[in-house]
Ligand binder design. Structure first.
Ligand code: PAF
Length: 254
């Protein structure tokens, strides 16, 4: 049975109880609309810890586009079923006011890498991500936390934050999970029409090709994508594109 916790005060009682004393706590923060990518993080978390906590919180402060926030898929019933099937111990499922009692007056700001790649196209995005992750870490107090490499920039920024603030949490990077056709799994894939889904496959295919970043950008644009960026940084190629109303990101090792 997965126990749903909505209040921080309720969780604090459990977290400080004898039951959890000397147990290792693993944590998988999510925004719900869970897919096999999330399942792979959760599986690893279950394997490596005595107690597993998953959070579902669609964090408004990391959405720079109100339409994106409104349309973000919400599939709570299925998500909960998956967590129960997987035997996750706790689901932390807070409301906005529980997390942002300060009305987002306090923020975590990174001033360098967060301004590049997605940060250059989504002002305030990483402030929102880092702030909510810091809050969730302080609430859950996990020993280990699991993040997917699809959001590679996010992963690196969270690792950097933990180091900068001397946080005693091990960040565990988990490999990208792809559909059979190569598209990286993402909650936003649910929003693609069948037609868009077929075209979307070109994105990972071109990203891993031997072509230059510029060539890839041109080819994607010809195929109807709106390209935010294709950029090579430190042996990794990063890309972000729009197809219809959906924004997709991906990265590959060069
Ligand atoms: O990767 C996500 O789903 C979100 O950015 C996260 C880490 C749960 C913070 O809201």
């Amino acid at each position: 049975m997965t126990k749903v916790i909505k209040n921080i005060s309720e969780w604090k009682v459990i977290r400080n109880s004898e039951d959890l004393k000397n147990k290792t706590i693993g944590f998988v923060p999510t925004m719900g609309a869970l897919h096999k990518g999330h399942a792979s993080l959760i599986e690893r978390c279950l394997k490596e810890n005595d107690i597993s906590v998953v959070s579902i919180f669609v964090n408004p402060t990391q959405f720079n586009d109100p339409d994106d926030l409104r349309n973000y898929p919400r599939t709570f019933e299925n998500d909960f079923k998956l967590l129960e099937t997987m035997n996750v111990d706790y689901l932390f499922y807070p409301e906005y006011g529980e997390i942002y009692s300060d009305n987002y007056r306090y923020k975590i700001v990174e001033t360098d890498f967060s301004k590049k790649l997605c940060g250059a196209f989504r002002p305030g995005h990483f402030e929102g991500v880092l702030t909510v992750v810091m809050k969730l870490f302080n609430i859950v107090r996990p020993h280990k936390a699991y993040f997917g490499e699809k959001d590679y920039q996010q992963l690196k920024l969270i690792e950097g934050m933990c180091k900068a603030f001397f946080m005693d949490i091990e960040i565990v990077p988990c490999p990208i999970v792809r559909d059979e056709d190569g598209l990286a799994l993402s909650s936003r894939n649910l929003l693609l029409t069948d037609e868009e889904r077929k075209i979307a496959v070109n994105f990972p295919e071109l990203l891993k090709s031997k072509k230059s970043a510029n060539q890839i950008k041109e080819e994607l644009e010809k195929l109807g994508f709106k390209v935010d960026y294709i950029e090579d940084i430190e042996g990794r190629r990063f890309g972000a594109v729009h197809i219809g109303k959906v924004r997709l990101i991906d990265n590959v090792e060069l």
